[in-house]
Design a protein around this ligand. Sequence first.
Ligand SMILES: [Zn+2]
Length: 264
Amino acid sequence: MEKFVKVHVMHTGDLKYDRALAFKELDVIPPVNQRGEEYQELVPVSSYLIEHPNGRIVVDAGWHEDIRTQPKEHFGEDLYQFIEYRLPEGSSVREQLASKNISPQDLEAVVMTHLDEDHISGLQLLSGAKRFLVSEPEWKNVAGYKEKWYKGISFEAFELESIPFGPYKLGKDLFGDGLVYLVFTPGHTAGHVSVLARVENGWLLLVSDAGYAERSWKDLILPGNTVDEQDALKSLQWVQQFAQKTDCVAAIANHDPSVRPGSY
Ligand SMILES: [Zn+2]
């Protein structure tokens, strides 16, 4: 059996927001386009396909196809006003999997790094996957209004276990073989996880939103939204340290425009 997994980075639409959402600089994050153009950022919304010898996993779900035709209903008024979004034909997680001849039924699991809108919006497009996983602290702290995005999906809220990695050395060894770890990196949200995948040439760290770009962990710039700044800093420090390891192939943030779709 192969001793590594393959990871495909997919861009499942784009998102435009005030840069204070990604890099903490203000107490209150302004809606998109309220400040000048120099404060605006256009970034991808990423989803990942991981091919493990025992099956396929998708990490995060990107935008739902509904945002093309009924964005206000899908997002709700507040979020609709707060961001700009784009989902070109063919780029939803479902459409990109279909182009690889993969249907949701072919997925062993869908893993959510956390339950923010830009990660769970497209979840129902993956209905039919065998399992849906989210960390227990994330599930316990999910806001009630988010239910519409995961209606009909039955989550397994996994307990954090002892693993060899992470700021707290807590998370989950997804297949029990050390090839894919969900690493507890809280602070942006209460139960945020990053994903550490053993690819052919070393470790690939899917940072998710613990940091929004490489400079987040190089310069220790917290995400604009945090539930706990101490935790967020501790998580970023761990990412910084891991990214410097010689066997770390890459550490990539979910919304970093410099990370292009491709495979590891
Ligand atoms: Zn996000």
